[in-house]
Design a protein around this ligand. Sequence first.
Ligand code: MN
Length: 259
Amino acid sequence: MTRVDLRHGSATDVGHVRQVNEDSFLALPPVFAVADGMGGHSGGDVASRIAVEEFSRVPANLDLAGARQALADAFSRAQARIVELARAHRAEQPGWHAGTTAVVAVAVEDAGEMKWLVANIGDSRIYRWNHDGLEQVSVDHSVVQELVDAGQIRPEQAAGHPERHVITRALGSPEGIGPDFFLLPLGAGERLLLCSDGVNGMVSDDVIARVLSSVHDPHEAAEALVGEALAAGGHDNATAVIVDVVGFGSHDTRLGGRQ
Ligand code: MN
């Protein structure tokens, strides 16, 4: 089995406006995730914690088909748990609601090559940075993304749009709409960034690219990105998980290894 050496770092901050940090994250190689919860009366942070807890149960060393099934199962379990939690709470508190975005990446082996299997619900994002520059991998499930797709606004108008925080899919929503999946090559020297909209909603892609290209250590880079979001106003909880592909070795060892 191919071995891939991954290094990672993460940072999160409540920001300057919110009382509670409703973001959660997971960095448990080969699985990495960010979830951005929403809801009153502690519903949001519970929902995002449920999502990353379910992703933490995805086993290592799965092939592509196995990883895809394991992720789909994790999304389903999180959906069922959040819906059930809301149902139970509403018996006491009629307005109680909870939901969360989720974005997740898993390093998998497929036909002898390492790849990234990515999935998302909502507007938390995955970017990939390498020598070609910064690329947004996931596509937001949001009102402004739908407006961009329909040609009704230009992409550069999205950041200042009044409905920029309105998402069209969430874990815990009664519609139960599933995630989108993406499969990417996994290359040495590249970086993945998983982040909540408290990062990419506060700082431009240019700033993200500058930090990813200039701060070598993944933990320091995650801290720097969250610091940029705070410096730009910190209007929302901000979370960044960064994963570096250090290199490959052909050992007969477990994929990445749980560290
Ligand atoms: Mn947010």
